[in-house]
Design a protein around this ligand. Structure first.
Ligand code: NAD
Length: 367
């Protein structure tokens, strides 16, 4: 006879609440969305850009290393650590261009901010949404220093997960309100246009990259493909434009034709990492580049003439995630948009970790 009763797993017994040292604030995807909406996306981007810029200004203070990448045929998983001496942060992030075919995202992430003094984590946060925000804010910060004066029109090539964030950051920081969209998948452009409808943009969906770049002073490439792609060819890039190249961010994954690089003033985040991952992997290892922090800290020129083509060869660097985590930490007290995670074992006597386990065993037996 088949029993109709369902066997449920035993409920864990109630035990005493974890102590305050055990608790780490956790920002879930749900709370991150509430936080962004409570602050307002554009205000969030502007404030976050301020934190990113502030940290670029104190660049020499940071521990810096190219991110630790584990490559596979399908994509990459990376760890991105840094520290300013009092806080430590890292992000776990993946990049899997084929993921969207089975309902997953190309990029997902989470991260931790810790106190260097004790080594204790102070914040655990989702960073998939936060990465899109910080990438867009960083792009807009770079463009603030490099794009032509009064740029009002941006070509946005690649209209996936990052695209609306890029559009909003450029408008919030530079006032760029004309968008020319192109994606090999028309549905992606249509979705991007629909998501941005009603937000005051003048949007044109284009049939080719060539058409999209016409009249644009800023060209953002944010496509996903694990190959040496040529999204932009040399003939498409006129003098004086600023290129914000976001999608080429892995060995063997680029978006621009090499000839464009040879005509451009190239600006990078952290040169040793960008030589491995950025568009400049196509160039000689000693090809001159300027680090963005030098421009922000007034130690190197940005755009030098109206005719110059400037290229921000973005790959995403750990300090930007650190800035983003710092920004989120600073919003927690006022908004309460986090939950408390029992993450750190906190025995009454710090050296009696095993005793804590034994007391738990006693609690379980008593219930
Ligand atoms: N530099 C950084 O800091 C940073 C941060 C996050 C993501 N990224 C990179 O940005 C890229 C986009 O990320 P996403 O999350 O938006 O990915 P996504 O998969 O959501 O969107 C990518 C879009 O690019 C389109 N596309 C692919 N090939 C194209 C082509 N040849 N021409 C035009 N469109 C094309 C796809 O149809 C898709 O709509 C990825 O390569 C990702 O690794 C970089």
């Amino acid at each position: 006879m088949i029993s109709s009763s369902v066997t449920r797993p035993a409920q864990p017994p109630k035990t005493s609440a974890p102590g305050t040292l055990a608790i780490v604030p956790f920002v879930s995807v749900d709370n991150m969305m509430r936080l962004v909406l409570a602050i307002g996306v554009e205000r969030f981007l502007v404030e976050l850009a301020g934190y990113i810029e502030e940290d670029f200004k104190r660049w020499p203070l940071f521990d810096k290393t190219p991110r630790v990448a584990s490559h596979s045929l399908e994509g990459v998983i990376e760890l991105m650590p840094t520290s300013d001496g009092s806080l430590y942060g890292f992000k776990y992030v993946n990049g899997h261009p084929k993921n969207t075919r089975d309902g997953r995202q190309t990029v997902t992430a989470f991260g931790v901010l810790s106190d260097v003094g004790s080594g204790y984590p102070m914040l655990l946060s989702e960073m998939t949404i936060l990465t899109a925000l910080r990438t867009a804010a960083t792009s807009a910060v770079a463009a603030k220093y490099l794009a032509p004066q009064d740029a009002c029109c941006m070509a946005l090539i690649g209209n996936g997960a990052q695209s609306e964030f890029q559009a909003l950051a450029f408008r919030a920081l530079l006032g760029t309100d004309k968008l020319r969209l192109y994606d090999i998948d028309l549905a992606a452009s249509q979705r991007c246009a629909a998501n941005l409808a009603g937000l005051g943009f003048d949007i044109t969906i284009c049939g080719s990259v060539q058409e999209a770049v016409e009249g644009a002073q800023i060209i953002t490439t944010v496509t996903a493909d694990k190959q040496y792609a040529t999204i932009l060819t040399d003939n498409m890039v006129g003098s004086g434009v600023h290129i914000n190249a976001v999608g080429g961010d892995c060995p063997g994954k680029t978006e621009l034709h090499r000839d464009i690089l040879l005509r451009s003033g190239i600006f990078v985040e952290y040169t040793p990492q960008t030589r491995i991952e950025g568009e400049i992997q196509q160039l000689d290892a000693d090809h001159p580049v300027t680090e963005l922090w030098q421009v922000i800290a007034d130690q190197a020129p940005g755009r030098t003439s109206a005719q110059q083509i400037t290229l921000f060869d973005s790959v995403g660097f750990a300090t930007e995630d650190f800035s983003a985590l710092r920004y989120i930490r600073d919003q927690l007290a006022a908004t309460g948009l986090y939950s408390e995670l029992d993450l750190i074992a906190d025995p009454d006597e710090p050296r009696d970790l095993f005793g804590m386990l034994l007391r738990m065993q006693g609690n379980i037996a008593a219930h």
